[in-house]
Design a binder for this molecule. Structure first.
Ligand code: ADP
Ligand code: 5GP
Length: 202
């Protein structure tokens, strides 16, 4: 069974940038592809960044209880399909999930053994700047997202690790450290050690 890493935090914190870097860096770490009703951004591919579906399809999946969690984020629906996630984890690979703060809260009620990583901007001013730079939102929407970010940051107690994303390379080093440290925990390696040293039970 693979380990599940949940990268979460306010919009504009740098989750998807960090997630992409981690997926490129660790060959045995897979990205869990979410379903969304939002249209693709420039350069995004269906089945790679997201599975882009229409409202009716998403609602049908909700009805059929296919999502381990789903949430409406800034007016669009996003969800993690339970079957996709289970298949990935049971194939033995570690999985990285990039989800919003509400989604992380919901999944925490069902999956205790996941690693919860909170990504934060270094300040509200920087958060605003990054959202603005990414484009495609009006000034009103920008301020609304900043207000939501402040509320979300209060959820810090739901997380195991915090990455304040000041400098990207630095923040990525910290994310790598979390992944590596979690992979060398005693509980992860105990069976392998028993095999290596031919230890008997008892
Ligand atoms: P999220 O997925 O959390 O909404 P993104 O990864 O899309 O955030 O990042 C938001 C914007 O901020 C993007 O334009 C990204 O390139 C930029 N960004 C992210 N992290 C940093 C950083 N450490 N320094 C400068 N710009 C960053
Ligand atoms: P974006 O539209 O910028 O790619 O993502 C918007 C927000 O939706 C981000 O905070 C991202 O983490 C979140 N998100 C992406 N996939 C999921 C998902 O499957 N479930 C939940 N709850 N949030 C998601």
């Amino acid at each position: 069974m693979g380990k599940l890493f949940i990268v979460s935090g306010p919009s504009g914190a740098g989750k998807s940038t960090l997630t992409r870097k981690a997926i490129d860096f660790f060959p045995d770490l897979r990205f869990s592809i979410s379903y969304t009703t939002r249209p693709p951004r420039h350069g995004e591919k269906d089945g790679v960044d997201y599975r882009f579906v229409d409202e009716a399809t998403f609602d049908r999946m909700v009805e059929a209880d296919e999502f381990v969690e789903y949430a409406t984020v800034h007016g669009r629906k996003y969800g993690t399909r339970e079957k996709d996630l289970k298949e990935l984890l049971s194939s033995g690979v570690d999985v990285l999930l990039d989800i919003d703060v509400q989604g992380a809260e919901k999944i925490a009620k069902r999956i205790k053994e996941a690693v919860y990583i909170f990504v934060l901007p270094p300040s509200i001013e920087v958060c605003r700047e990054r959202l603005k730079r990414r484009g495609d939102i009006s000034p009103e929407e920008l301020e609304r997202r900043v207000a939501v970010a402040i509320e979300e940051i209060k959820k810090i107690d739901n997380y195991d690790y915090v990455i304040i994303n000041d400098d990207m390379e630095d923040a990525f080093e910290r994310l790598k450290s979390v992944i590596i440290a979690e992979r060398i925990k005693k509980d992860v390696l105990v069976e392998e050690v028993k095999k290596i040293f031919n230890l008997q039970e008892g």
